[in-house]
Design a binder for this molecule. Structure first.
Ligand code: ATP
Length: 240
């Protein structure tokens, strides 16, 4: 339990049609923290992020800085500063890099501010500035993931949800991505929830972590505590 809880999730239940996937998830994330969600395939990690960004129906309580967000639409949640970078990135392949980034600011007004934010995104991802007129589909996997995160940053998120950012990327690219996520978190005080199969990497940037199994949180703690757990070490870190 974080002392300065920014995101508070209580007894969250969600699923698809009649199939329940999350069976009462409770967790808190402090303001400006990075929280990692670990767990086996099919545990419900993606569903948890979808529940937090309004993409699946939920029961239970979700609060961001005290505001009740449970059951709100993705659009409303985006306006509240919840940005979701889905697994597979969700970039618009036929659109250019700049068009994708500008779409990220769809809920915001004010051209000047949007232009300032584009510059801000380029400071984190300089490569995007060199690719502005290219269509997203022509980018490498790593660049597409950078574009997806850059697009999310255009929302000026208070809560950034990242689903498997390392998927399909080379280790060097993944490390660079996580370095940038850490920089964004530190410089903008953006709270981050990251679902990541690379538990080593996730625990190296996160302050706290939760292990989700079969739609329930079975272990929570600081990144150090989770790393030191025998079961986690065996199942997710590949040693002991
Ligand atoms: P993975 O690491 O494999 O992505 P995950 O922990 O993210 O796993 P989810 O993708 O949330 O798990 O899936 C949890 C369960 O929900 C699985 O049994 C999956 O088959 C089911 N599920 C996921 N998406 C849908 C959907 N759109 N419709 C119906 N069932 C779904």
């Amino acid at each position: 339990m974080s002392e300065n809880a920014f995101l508070t999730v209580t007894d969250l239940r969600a699923g698809y049609g009649g199939a329940r996937v999350l069976h009462g998830v409770s967790l808190t994330v402090g303001q400006g923290e990075i929280c990692a969600i670990l767990g086996p395939n099919g545990a419900g990690k993606t569903t948890l992020l979808r529940a937090l960004s309004g993409m699946v129906r939920v029961r239970g309580d979700v609060r961001l800085d005290g505001a009740d967000l449970a059951g709100r639409s993705p659009d409303t949640l985006a306006r509240q500063g919840v940005a979701h970078v889905p697994e597979g990135r969700g970039t618009f392949m036929p659109l250019t890099v700049e068009e994708n980034l500008r779409l990220g600011a769809f809920v915001r007004r004010g051209r000047g501010a949007v232009n300032d934010d584009l510059e801000r995104v380029y400071t984190y991802f300089p490569v995007l500035k060199t690719r502005l007129t290219q269509v997203a589909g022509s980018l490498s996997g790593g660049e597409q993931q950078m574009l997806a995160i850059g697009r999310a940053l255009m929302l000026r998120p208070r809560l950034l949800l990242l689903d498997e950012p390392s998927l399909g990327l080379a280790p060097m690219v993944t490390q660079e991505l996580f370095r940038i996520v850490r920089a964004v978190n530190e410089e903008e005080r953006t709270t981050v929830v990251v679902v990541e199969q690379n538990a080593h990497l996730a625990l190296s940037v996160a302050q706290q972590a939760h292990v989700l199994e079969s739609g329930r949180i079975v272990l929570s703690g600081s990144a150090e505590q989770i790393r030191a757990d025998e079961q986690v070490a065996q199942s997710y870190l590949g040693y002991r």
